[in-house]
Ligand binder design. Sequence first.
Ligand code: HEM
Length: 155
Amino acid sequence: MCYALLKTLHLLGVVLLVGNVIVTLVWKLAADRSGDPRVVAFGQRLVTLTDWWFTVGGVVLILLGGVGVALVAGLDLLAVRWLLWGQVLFGLSGLLWVGILIPAQIRQARQARDFAAGGEIPANYWRDARRWTWWGILAIVPLLGALWLMIAKPA
Ligand code: HEM
């Protein structure tokens, strides 16, 4: 019962995190491509909002559920290879997120507040948008790797 509950929380976290990072990338690109400052600024506001709810929420559920289910199932977090490498990939994605994506998002959100009413979108907003897109795609790869490891559980 406890095992099933923790695993459900873990998987809910995975759905929220992986789903949010992939889907956000798609609709943020579409908002940016509109070129309309109001649409771009609205998209940027939603990136911040959905990040708090779904990315942070997903990470918390993955950690609580994942560590909890490992304890209940008697799996050593550091000795079971697929589990260890899953955590390493999860951490790598987190580092890219905290080190590159979040700072770019904060800069963009600040600029978006200025042009939200219809002002001109500055060139460095677009520079950060490109940076955010490519590093965002790169940060998804380790998450997909962790997903595969957790399911395949190679020895
Ligand atoms: C702190 C990081 C993580 C820990 C400690 C952790 C721990 C675990 C454990 C112990 C299980 C095995 C449950 C069982 O089948 O008995 C599991 C399953 C699973 N994990 Fe993780 N996990 C972590 C991160 C992730 C990430 C980042 C993903 C995907 C992006 C993920 C996806 C899954 C999936 C899909 C399962 C179900 C596998 C199956 O039932 O065959 N986990 N996780």
